[in-house]
Design a protein. Structure first.
Length: 193
């Protein structure tokens, strides 16, 4: 559990920083929210997270584009069911491709673009954002993961000025693995804020 939570959280933070560096206006809006809600005399803490909706939007959008586990844990159907016009028999092993669901244009407008504002003021439907699965078999660590990523990403934004190395966009090519690592690790510079 510790290994799974550590790897997926670090991968998510790396993707979030990569996306923020390619979208500096989003990074500045997140920094402004942190400055307004937390201030500059202390670091963000767990109690602050409920007052940082834009930071949550960034995390949700990152998880939508780059879910740490693109394929959910296999499940066996306990009853016959019909879905998407298909009859599926009891005992069938079901694999859900979260990556494909999140990038489906029938589920999400402009699905390949990074737009945290798509989550503004919305209660996210469980069937449209499922990086942790859904229902009673969803990941038991989702609450912890949201807090860890929120605190880490918030602290990194709050504490450092982040810059790309060079002018070119950060490469967002996906690597190979159980989690979706970046094909090329993120390289950036930071200056203590």
């Amino acid at each position: 559990m510790l290994t799974a939570g550590t790897d997926t959280s670090s991968v998510t933070i790396e993707w979030a920083l990569s996306l923020l560096l390619n979208h500096p206006e989003v990074l500045e809006k997140a920094r402004a929210e942190l400055d307004a809600q937390v201030g500059t005399d202390r670091l963000v803490n767990e109690h602050d997270l409920s007052n940082l909706p834009y930071l949550h939007n960034i995390i949700s959008e990152t998880l939508r584009l780059y879910p740490a586990a693109p394929m959910l844990v296999p499940h066996e159907l306990s009853d016959d069911c019909k879905t998407g016009g298909y009859n599926i028999s009891r005992g069938t092993i079901l694999l859900v491709n979260v990556w494909a669901v999140h990038r489906d244009p029938n589920v999400c407008d402009d699905p390949t673009s990074f737009k945290p504002k798509r989550f503004e003021g919305l209660q996210v439907q469980a069937s449209k954002l499922i990086p942790f699965g859904m229902g009673r078999r969803s990941c038991p660590g989702s609450g912890l993961a949201q807090r860890v990523v929120g605190l880490a990403l918030g602290s990194l934004i709050q504490s450092f000025d982040w810059k790309k190395i060079g002018e070119e966009e950060i490469d967002l090519a996906e690597g190979i693995g159980v989690s979706i690592p970046k094909a090329k690790p993120l390289e950036k510079t930071c200056v203590r804020n």
